[in-house]
Design a protein around this ligand. Structure first.
Ligand SMILES: [Zn+2]
Length: 193
């Protein structure tokens, strides 16, 4: 399932219309005491991804106006592989960075070229509150770092040293992003794009 940030979607906050400033706010950790709230946020993220966006590699709570450290993401763009991430952190493994292009539902019609760590060690809680620790790389690491940015109140366009391509025609943007997906597939040697 492929979705593109070629328009403003219902329920998704964009950088052009962020009156509550939710996208630029750092989130605070959520405790197990408040897990019912976290579960409700996860339900809303799934609802927006499935019924409104109809796809996408990841979606973070601040993007739907909820300032909580929660996101969902898929390492291969498929719905079946979706993971729930709560209270995450990460550290780079090694010094290698990869430059790639990224779009974001909160930054419609823009494609941003920036560098991400190639391999990272991530720590987070799943929906059951269990602590997960793993090493991830390639496309998965890129998506994880993009969503982590949202939880810190940063957007792709806020990075230093970025190239930003701005589109006015949604069709042209989609064609460009299709090309980016193909490049990603080659670069990261993933099968499911
Ligand atoms: Zn984003």
């Amino acid at each position: 399932m492929t979705a593109f940030a070629s328009q403003k979607y219902e329920k998704v906050v964009t950088c052009d219309e962020d009156s509550s400033n939710c996208l630029r706010q750092a989130t605070k950790p959520i405790s197990l005491r408040d897990w019912a709230i976290a579960k409700s946020t996860v339900e809303q993220l799934f609802y927006v991804r499935e019924t409104i966006l109809k796809g996408g590699a990841g979606l973070a709570a601040p993007q739907i106006g909820i300032s909580q450290p929660i996101f969902i993401y898929t390492p291969d763009r498929t719905t079946e592989s979706l993971r729930v991430v709560i209270n995450p952190s990460f550290e780079p493994i090694g010094h290698s960075m990869i430059e790639g292009s990224e779009a974001c539902f909160s930054v419609p019609l823009r494609c941003t070229k920036l560098k991400r760590w190639e391999t990272i060690k991530v720590k987070y809680q799943n929906l059951d509150g269990e602590l997960i620790e793993q090493i991830i790389d390639g496309f998965e690491a890129k998506v994880f770092q993009h969503e982590m940015d949202h939880l810190k109140g940063h957007l792709t366009i806020d990075h230093d040293d970025v190239d930003i391509l701005i589109f006015t025609d949604p069709k042209e943007f989609q064609e460009h992003m299709q090309q980016v997906h193909l490049e990603d597939a080659k670069r990261y040697r993933e099968r499911c794009f």
